[in-house]
Design a binder for this molecule. Structure first.
Ligand SMILES: *Cc1c(COP(=O)(O)O)cnc(C)c1O
Length: 466
């Protein structure tokens, strides 16, 4: 399988190449040259497979040329064997139409584990082949950092430096990062905001003094391998609900458009998806783009669903490229316009293409709290604020009653227990697997927001390229 950039001028790469590259060299994102498709018989044969085996079947076409089936299968067994639920992503029922797909049974209680547990193993496998060394540098406002650290802790040939804004993430989120004491894990608390931390990371990616000496890598959701791993649970849920004979809809709490783009990929592969509902909070750039073509960034408003407090959704470019006719030069031009104006309009082809599969809804704080109460009072399920935004959107979508609607549960309620308690009166307990989080030793460095101080900290501790 070859991958091409959405902006048309970076070289085509194989799966190993795109996994290690992250962003394409022309600033675009990598997508498969064509979508693999399964026949109805192949879908039927996937029913009832254990998750790791299903994952191997679904992902095999994407890794062709870089991993054998046996290698991929081994990695899936290792990545998903660690999940706390035997089904990995269990499906629950709310009522006749509404369902819940729990994606938070990984080590750090958010859906990001599903992709990052595999990505850590992919990095290790590919780096060993090329005898390369990777220095992952990232900034986090919470969930991504802990999932990434957990995925690469103790792995050969990888160092990870994760910046977080000092005092501005929850105690659970901080401890999930800082209590990982593996020698290749380096947590840095920055005096400043998340945006300050992020600006330092971007600067390091463009600093030749660093990039000449170190192979600097990223783990954000622009990495194709993460999206690929997320396609699998759409299959898992739809097959349980009657696919390929029956159509299913999904409601996805969305920030960077990564998780819901994986649903789009599943549909291109032939999974009968009736609708993908893009659920946003008041940071609603995607809702505006999908409902009236206006993709313009405003300022971020902090909400109780912080992992969706995003104004620019990097992965949206992948959708616009695919539904807009796969014209890399035109996409590059459109994105240059967006980058200089902080806004753009979708073309007619993009709007029509997107509307075939996507609808969207925006949830206010009240809608979110009401959805949490409905889930708890009517169905006995405690859900987190991100999931509640998805459930709200699912319930207002007015789909035909024959179509099951699956809301993706992106975080464990205990991860956001203050907001859950405010809405429902219930304070969810941390699951046993992280139960001693508050007793564990923490280790992190506190640095000023000064770039030079951060760069020299990284340079002193990272392993140089071989
Ligand atoms: C990251 C995250 C999201 C948003 O996912 P995207 O792939 O960025 O759309 C939603 N909910 C939770 C809990 C998350 O951690």
């Amino acid at each position: 399988m070859k991958y091409v950039s959405t902006r048309g001028s970076a070289p085509a790469l194989d799966f190993e190449g795109v996994t290690l590259a992250g962003l394409a060299s022309d600033g675009g994102l990598y997508v498969p040259e064509e979508w693999p498709r399964f026949s109805p018989d192949e879908f039927a044969a996937m029913r009832g497979l254990p998750y790791a085996e299903l994952a191997t079947r679904v992902m095999l076409p994407f890794v062709a040329g870089s991993l054998t089936e046996a290698e991929l299968s081994g990695l899936c067994q290792r990545a998903y064997g660690k999940f706390a639920h035997a089904a990995v992503t269990p499906l629950k029922q709310f009522d006749e139409q509404q369902w819940l797909l729990e994606l938070f049974h990984g080590p750090t209680l958010a859906f990001k584990d599903v992709a990052l547990q595999l990505l850590g193993l992919l990095f290790e496998t590919f780096l060993a082949r090329s005898s390369d060394q990777l220095t992952i540098v990232g900034a986090t406002s919470g969930d991504t950092g802990s999932a990434a650290i957990n995925a690469v802790a103790g792995r050969e040939r990888i160092d990870i430096f994760m910046l977080h804004p000092d005092g501005r993430i929850s105690d659970v989120q901080r401890r999930q990062m800082t209590t990982v004491l593996a020698p290749n894990v380096h947590n840095i608390a920055i005096d400043g905001s998340f945006d300050d931390a992020q600006a330092n990371v971007k600067r390091m990616f463009n600093d030749p003094a660093m990039t000449d000496r170190f192979h600097i890598g990223a783990v954000n959701s622009i990495n194709w391998a993460r999206l690929m791993a997320q396609v699998v649970y759409y299959f898992a849920a739809a097959l349980q609900l009657g696919a390929p004979e029956r159509e299913v809809a999904f409601s996805v709490p969305t920030g960077n458009f990564g998780d819901v783009f994986a649903g789009y990929v599943a549909a291109q592969m032939g999974l009968p998806i009736e609708r993908l509902i893009v659920a946003t909070n008041v940071n609603d750039i995607l809702h505006r783009a999908l409902s009236d073509g206006d993709y313009s960034a405003g300022n971020v408003t902090p909400t109780a669903a912080p992992s969706m407090d995003i104004q620019v959704s990097s992965n949206f470019e992948r959708l616009l490229f695919d539904v807009g006719g796969r014209d890399g030069a035109a996409m590059a031009e459109q994105m240059r316009g967006f980058e200089s104006n902080r806004g753009m309009h979708l073309t007619n082809a993009q709007r029509e293409g997107a509307s075939k599969l996507f609808t969207s809804a925006r949830a206010e704080a009240d809608d979110m709290a009401r959805a949490m109460r409905w889930a708890y009072e009517k169905c006995g399920e405690v859900i987190d604020p991100h999931t509640a935004i998805g459930l709200h959107a699912a319930r207002v979508a007015e789909l035909p009653s024959s179509v099951p609607v699956v809301t993706l549960a992106t975080a464990h309620p205990a991860k956001f227990r203050d907001a859950v308690e405010r809405a429902t009166g219930v304070r969810p307990a941390l699951p046993a697997r992280v139960g001693d989080l508050f007793a564990r030793e923490e280790r992190y460095e506190t640095l000023s927001g000064d770039y030079e101080a951060i760069a020299s900290y990284v340079a002193e501790r990272a392993s140089a390229k071989d």
